[in-house]
Design a binder for this molecule. Structure first.
Ligand SMILES: Cc1ncc(C[n+]2csc(CCOP(=O)(O)OP(=O)(O)O)c2C)c(N)n1
Length: 283
């Protein structure tokens, strides 16, 4: 059984650096998905820096692990992680969503190094990830596939078709991660389209279900280790998160699903990150 060691402080500081890069992509007045990107920063930190088998110098290694961001609008978190890894040039951050930039508003495998699929039309990523995972098995690759979905995204029927197929085909090299932040584009998931008993639903669809706090790097690490070692079924991490996590004025606010920051909010955001960094360093 493979076991990786987590350096808790390092994982939290990397998550903070990811949030800082997300902010660098969204200077005052620029519209972008701050909320759903910051809610997966801790998960991205644990995956890319402490868990996945990837070599930033060879992102095409057939045995590499893959992340597919089914909630593709949150790609800022993935661009940020790939920047921290050195796969994306830091100078690109300021070009987000401009004509010709390698960083567009949704993941594009043709354009951006380290991106594995074109995603963003909600509901499709898990099907793509399942196909990829089954293909990797056929090729006897050691690669594992991680698919990150939103809780609002679960109202798309195709997610559940992929869930059924995943257990039928015993895709134990596939891990879904549900970013359970409870807020969608315009309001809460509860008032938009409630999806009760999410963990029980995945269990009924034949998955190994792990519930956790999606901002607790130790819990994320343990869950990823369990998923990696679980045989015979795909695993799903049902991760409770806070949309806008880390930015005091944006936490749990639908307005920051895809909004812009004022000069004042940007200043507060920088102060928030600095404060968290200092707290983690002292802890
Ligand atoms: C098929 C499809 N319908 C609608 C949209 C527009 N859209 C983008 S994000 C979003 C809300 C997603 O909510 P959730 O999955 O909870 O994401 P998160 O809160 O984590 O950002 C919607 C409706 C889309 N991208 N794809």
């Amino acid at each position: 059984m493979e076991t990786t060691i987590l350096n808790r402080k390092e994982a939290m500081l990397t998550a903070n650096a990811i949030r800082s890069d997300i902010l660098a992509m969204l200077p005052p007045g620029k519209v972008g998905h701050l909320g759903g990107s910051s809610s997966i920063a801790d998960i991205m930190s644990c995956l890319y820096f402490h868990h996945m088998n990837i070599n930033p110098k060879n992102m095409k290694d057939p045995d590499r692990d893959r992340i597919l961001l089914s909630k593709g609008h949150s790609v800022l978190a993935q661009y940020a992680a790939l920047t921290e890894l050195g796969v994306i040039d830091r100078n690109e951050l300021k070009t987000l969503k401009t004509y010709g930039s390698v960083l567009q508003g949704h993941p594009d495998m043709e354009r951006t190094p380290g991106i594995e699929a074109v995603t963003g039309s909600l509901g499709q990523g898990l099907s793509v990830g399942l196909g990829l995972a089954l293909g990797l098995k056929l090729e006897k690759s050691k690669g594992r596939v991680y698919v990150i979905c939103g809780d609002g995204e679960l109202s798309e029927g195709q997610v559940w078709e992929a869930a059924m197929a995943g257990s039928v085909f015993k895709a134990d090299n596939l891990t879904a991660i549900i970013d359970l932040n409870g807020i969608q584009a315009t309001g809460t998931t509860e008032e938009t389209f409630p999806i009760p008993n999410i963990a029980e639903k995945w269990e009924a669809f034949g998955w190994n279900v792990i519930q956790l706090d999606g901002h607790d790097v130790v819990a994320i690490h343990k869950a990823l280790e369990e998923a990696r070692n679980f045989k015979g079924k795909p695993s799903v991490l049902v991760a409770r998160t806070i949309k806008g996590k880390g930015f005091s004025f944006a936490e749990n606010k639908a307005a920051f699903h895809n909004g812009s920051l004022t000069d004042e909010q940007y200043k507060i955001a920088l102060e928030d990150l600095e404060k968290i960094k200092n707290e983690v360093e002292k802890s």
